[in-house]
Design a protein around this ligand. Structure first.
Ligand SMILES: [Zn+2]
Length: 150
């Protein structure tokens, strides 16, 4: 854990507004640390520019409030939503994470039709095995489709 803090991985304006503590458990902290050590820090090191965590850990109450899937990896400290300074850089970040090799799910969120940029990148890391699954969701459309980043 070099470039990121537990605080920024569990901070949420929605939680603050609704008086939700959003405090990760010991298990969640172990998972968040693995996510940072295996993906976020190496990606940050490689890309050489700041990465913003827009959503990391979500307690079940917060996850419900933001409309997350009930089985979301965010509730276990296994996932983070990331942005950079522009949509093009967001997509570059997805490529860097892909090339790092180990991830469970990598989702290109609200991409343009030709997938040259996206609104944010969702990435997860599981200590019990990683699927290396890449999905895209196009802006204005519903549903996720497999995507080949190679
Ligand atoms: Zn997410």
């Amino acid at each position: 854990m070099k470039y990121f803090t537990l605080d920024e991985l569990s901070r949420s304006s929605t939680a603050e507004k609704n008086n939700i503590k959003n405090k990760p458990t010991t298990d969640d902290i172990v998972a968040l640390t693995a996510l940072v050590d295996n993906i976020l820090d190496p990606a940050r090191q490689k890309i050489g520019a700041p990465i913003t965590v827009t959503s990391g850990y979500r307690c079940p109450q917060l996850n419900r409030l933001v409309g997350g899937s009930p089985t979301s990896q965010h509730t276990r400290g296994e996932a983070a939503d990331l942005t950079m300074a522009s949509g093009k850089e967001n997509l570059q970040l997805a490529r860097v994470i892909y090339k790092l090799g180990t991830f469970d799910q990598l989702i290109i969120e609200n991409a343009d039709p030709s997938v040259t940029q996206c609104q944010w990148v969702h990435v997860s890391y599981s200590r019990s095995g990683n699927r290396r699954q890449v999905l895209v969701k196009h802006k204005g459309q519903k549903g996720y489709k497999p995507y080949n980043l190679a």
